[in-house]
Ligand binder design. Sequence first.
Ligand code: CP
Ligand code: NVA
Length: 308
Amino acid sequence: MHLRGRDFLDLADFTSEEIQEFLHTASLLKMMKRSGISHTPLTGKTLGMIFEKPSTRTRVSFEVATYELGGHALYLGASDLQLKRGETIGDTAQTLSRYLSGIMGRVYSHQTLMELAQYAHIPVINGLSDIHHPCQALGDLLTIKEKKGGFQGVKLTYIGDGNNVCNSLLIGGAKVGLNVSVATPPGYEPPTRIVEQATLISKTTGSTMEITNDLNQAIKKADAVYTDVWASMGQESETEARKKIFLTYQVNIKLLSFAAPEVIVLHCLPAHRGEEITDEVMDGIHSAVFDQAENRLHAQKAVLALLL
Ligand code: CP
Ligand code: NVA
């Protein structure tokens, strides 16, 4: 009951035990789906999904998750809402609270979600902002737990841009006691505030956080190697410049040979094949990217079932 009614904006807002509870519930719901056992705690409930940016996984997995839990999901394109014509976020949040049981938002600015959450009387779930992607990280932790049997002593190496996905992995990894190493080109490190926060949390769970520009250092003994696009949504104008800057930070077969022998490869998707990851790695035996994509469904079911 301590989770009911809460917002899900940033994994830092939850204790390690609460994150473990999300993961445990996700595994349970996954097992129930596999066994054909239906569970419909969202009967009579509707989730509104506000999208300022495109999406494949987040949109479909949230819609299916809500449906399978007995509820109904509404796609709300941000440009179709009166928000587009100047209605305030606060008025929108208060109005939607009269119809819905929860709001999921994919937005440009994290501030938009904070404002929605401030005025809404129902849980607001972050479906990606410029700073965080907690639903992604929760699905990723579920994947690592399944593939590696737990988190203690497991090393996750993130290679590429210190972006929203990286930030949530640092926070989520620290919360569950995963050792996280991040290698980025100089100037593309995750924000200092997030690194400091993750480091502080990791001290309570006995794990380590490392931020470096040295790819070879980061990849050593990695149990999971993770990458994401070099230019995120909203950074399209930097795409060409970033291709040059990130060139050597590609996850390819040669790089993978320096990781642990049983390494798994993760990517939040969508991938730009041939840029941050090669076809060989994406489609190779170490790749877990589609199991990872599937786990968004199970992880988000846990979030919906526990919060709404
Ligand atoms: N990983 C992820 O959030 O994918 P979408 O952009 O397709 O939702
Ligand atoms: N970092 C990427 C993740 C997409 C799921 C972006 O924000 O575009």
